[in-house]
Design a protein around this ligand. Sequence first.
Ligand code: TXA
Ligand code: MG
Length: 339
Amino acid sequence: MPRVIVVDPSHPHETAIAEAAGVLARGGLVAFPTETVYGLGARGLHGDDVQKIFLAKKRPHGHPLILHTDGEAMASGITSRWSEQASQLARTFWPGPLTLVVARGGHVPLEVTGGLDSVGVRVPNHPVARALIRTVGEPLAAPSANAHTHVSPTTAEHVVRSLGDAVDLVLDGGPCAFGIESTVLSLAVDPPRVLRPGALSLERLRTIVPQVVFESITVAGDATRTSPGLSHKHYCPLARMTLADNADAIAEDMRRARAASRSVCAIVWSSRARQAVPDALRTKIITLPDNAEAYAHALFAALYDVDASGCEEVIVERVPDHPAWWAVADRLRRAASPT
Ligand code: TXA
Ligand code: MG
């Protein structure tokens, strides 16, 4: 078990932050809360420290990490080009769940960017994260604090379950407000392109960047190097996940799993789907809210619950085909991906 320090999420105590900063200064790894999900942090300008993140997550090298800063000034310091557009986005959406991919500054280690000439940066809207960055005095590199391809953590308990002793210290600031990762926007291409849908909606992004491009695509092989967030398999529970189109398909899939003697459960959002499940299997249903934001907030925790219950298979009701659900639909598609 790693050490866990409970902190007040809005007014973290100085001693807790100083202790965590000390672990980072000695080259260790600290998991900390952000408004999206928990991050696994290391000093972002120290290549050797950043390497440890990859080992802890068992993440393949060459996947770029996000640098977290305490404000726009520190963010603009890690890039060779901070455009007027970047500044406008920063003033509008930071602190908050938007990651900007910009040109890499010469002093940013290639370990952070996976060898790319661009770097992702964001200012988290969480007092614990920002106090930690300020105290350390440099950007923190932090991917989501889960083992590679596994579900992102929205509580400190999830971090401990996913990473165990691979992390030196966990700051427990309670559950994350959004529960889904930041939207990643590349300003390194023209017009700007969304590389990962996330907690900041396309609608809000378009108020500042009307020409933004978003295609819901996955890429494989070499192409994952430049757009790693688009690779297939990701966010996976241990249980095998199947997406079901409608209420009948859920009932059918659950019967099929039962007939094959596999323990099965379901995650639904519509009352129709809930009612379609046979009485004998009703106890195995997790019902999530029917609005996109509240659903996103609860999804990863539900997947951790599925695994804690030991279910071998989980049937998930497909979510509405509507822009408000963009981030959730993306996560479900990748989590259910066989490869
Ligand atoms: O909400 C979040 O973004 C969380 C919290 C901890 O901040 N972090 C997170 O990090 O989700 P991670 O490593 O799990 O995902 C980072 C995403 C990946 O999709 C990665 O490909 C993309 O950001 N990314 C980062 N730097 C990039 C770059 N230079 N070029 C292209 N994509 C980049
Ligand atoms: Mg992640």
